[in-house]
Design a protein around this ligand. Structure first.
Ligand SMILES: Cc1cc2nc3c(=O)[nH]c(=O)nc-3n(C[C@H](O)[C@H](O)[C@H](O)COP(=O)(O)OP(=O)(O)OC[C@H]3O[C@@H](n4cnc5c(N)ncnc54)[C@H](O)[C@@H]3O)c2cc1C
Ligand code: SF4
Length: 509
């Protein structure tokens, strides 16, 4: 490496496995870290997310200095407008002749960086992000010639490649997937373990105070900030999960509970996504818990499938299909987001709980994101771009490579079926089965029309009816479409009419 080299480390690349940092000589490089307005404001990010990233960056800078690196750190209050601006300043301060960057996780930034060499007048090298278990080339190779890119087949190849939960060439226990064992609804069957909160040190407290002042109108209740900001603390969170929650993770993976926003979930996506945890070691920890008899195979397999399968698969899809992917809107969904998406003030209990929790804590678990909020947006035909921006803003683990395929593809079916073989559309019956929200709701999940009827019900059939031409071509929708068409025309009309009423009254539901 050139002695006058800079390494720009982005806020989601805080890892010793960073492809340039891992081989760098501290005497030869300057590390640049910058809290910049452009990145902090391109959507209305949750304050938890901004505080998490800034604090983790400041802690990482300290760790770098402790290992002898020169660190050029720009704080948000230093008024550096953009990443390019930060690199320009660092170039001048340190007389840099070369800049090295690990490829960003968002297409938007990669595109910006193509003009940096010219703008900076020094060599700029983008390095492949080696922190994922399938490289972009691996995924393209896997996708080549396949008519459908189903996660399940990708996941099986990844299990074989990384030899996770394998018995020779066969999957542990004889089956690849134990999802069928992992679908119990929540009826308060067992105690939910109390999660200890990480201790917030002076650095984090200072960041929280700064974020409160700089972002007064963004979502996020900073009084509830409870996130790890160093690799060591993220490891402790993972260890707590493996010990106390993993054994029940599988069983209640799809459950919805009044009592807890976390249930038995990992709460680790934010750490994985910003580099504080490594995906392979997370999977190995979970496999080890299974091997020592601490959890069932269904729990371990269910968890490993999320990290080794889904997480890598959505990233592969993102890079395979960008930039066009972000513009897709296969079901022409264009309705404005009701204002209560930003307050959670709706009478629909399940939705209100999921929205408030997302806004206040920056977190909701998968079924809340997919089957409560996403399902509602799908059924109501909410504008795809606005919904995607909402998800990108609200969750503290949201980066476009993972947020976009999940929202646009999985939740909204706006990619026309690249990601999901059928829309994840469901009526109130599903939400009632999976949790205990309906008991506290003024709406009745058994009614389809009328003032007390659960809005998910008529909106579900309205969705089925208005997209019947498209959905009838989907073999996995055959039974539902057939059943709908067999119903008496007067019955269908009444349900669709009520669904239309719900759409008109969206603002006051
Ligand atoms: C509409 C929608 C938007 C989403 N947006 C994001 C996002 O912006 N960032 C994000 O990291 N995840 C996103 N997810 C996936 C998933 O909901 C979160 O990763 C998970 O809820 C994070 O909480 P956890 O760590 O407690 O997860 P757990 O339930 O404990 O799962 C373990 C880990 O598996 C991985 N994982 C599970 N499902 C997925 C998935 N579908 N895609 C990618 N990784 C997965 C995560 O790293 C997660 O930490 C989204 C899902 C949906 C349906
Ligand atoms: S009745 Fe409908 S809106 Fe109310 S909690 Fe149940 S599913 Fe949600």
């Amino acid at each position: 490496m050139n002695p006058n080299s800079g390494i720009l480390i982005l806020g989601d690349q805080l890892s010793w496995h960073h492809p340039v940092l891992s081989g760098a000589d501290p005497a030869e490089v300057v590390i640049i870290l910058a809290e910049v307005a452009e990145e902090a404001t391109y959507v209305r990010h949750n304050r938890h997310k901004i505080a998490l990233i800034f604090s983790a960056m400041r802690h990482f800078a300290q760790a770098l200095e402790a290992r002898g690196f020169n660190v050029q750190y720009y704080r948000f209050n230093d008024d550096v407008p953009s990443l390019l601006g930060a690199c320009q300043r660092a170039r001048d301060t340190w007389s840099l002749a070369a800049l090295h960057v690990c490829e960003p996780g968002e297409y938007r930034l990669v595109e910006q960086m193509t003009s940096w060499e010219q703008a900076l007048g020094i060599t700029v090298t983008l390095h492949e992000d080696s922190r994922f278990l399938a490289s972009r080339a691996d995924f393209s190779h896997w996708a080549e010639g396949r008519k459908q890119l189903r996660m399940e087949y990708f996941y099986r190849d990844m299990r074989k490649r990384y030899r996770l939960l394998m018995e020779g060439d066969q999957p542990e226990g004889g089956k690849w997937n134990y999802d069928a064992d992992n679908r119990q609804g929540w009826r308060g069957q067992t105690d939910i373990p109390q999660r200890p909160n990480p201790v917030l040190d002076a650095v984090t407290q200072e960041v929280i105070a700064e974020v409160a002042v700089a972002f007064p109108d963004n979502p996020g209740d900073l009084a509830t900030f409870r996130w790890a900001v160093t690799a060591e603390d993220a490891e402790k969170e993972l260890a707590w999960f493996c010990e106390h929650a993993l054994p029940r993770f599988g069983t209640y993976q799809d459950a919805l509970a009044e009592a807890s926003p976390w249930l038995f979930h990992g709460l680790i996506s934010m750490y994985l996504n910003i580099g504080l945890l490594e995906p392979l070691s997370v999977c190995e920890r979970v496999e080890a818990a299974y091997r020592r008899g601490h959890c069932s195979l269904a729990a371990a397999e269910g968890f490993i499938r999320q990290v080794l399968g889904w997480r890598e698969y959505v990233r592969g899809l993102y890079w395979l299909h960008m930039p066009d992917y972000g513009k897709r809107n296969a079901l022409s969904a264009n309705r404005s987001l009701p204002d209560w998406f930003w307050t959670g003030e709706t009478q629909m209990r399940c939705l209100s709980r999921a929205l408030k929790q997302s806004l206040d804590l920056g977190y909701a678990h998968h079924i809340q994101r997919l089957m409560v909020i996403g399902n509602f947006a799908l059924l109501a035909g909410l504008d795809v771009e606005a919904v995607c921006d909402w998800y990108l803003a609200v969750y503290l683990d949201a980066f476009e490579w993972v947020e976009l395929p999940n929202t646009l593809g999985m939740a909204l079916f706006a990619d026309g079926g690249i990601m999901a073989s059928k829309p994840y559309a469901a009526s109130g019956k599903y939400i009632q089965k999976q949790g205990d929200h309906c008991r506290a709701c003024p709406y009745d999940p058994k009614q389809v029309t009328g003032d007390r009827a659960c809005p998910y019900n008529s909106l579900y059939w309205h969705f089925i009816d208005r997209h019947s031409d498209t959905l009838s071509q989907n073999p996995r929708m055959g039974l539902i479409m057939g059943g709908w068409k067999k119903r008496a025309a007067s019955d269908r009309d009444a349900v669709v009419h009520w669904g239309e009423q719900m759409l008109q009254r969206l603002a006051s539901l």
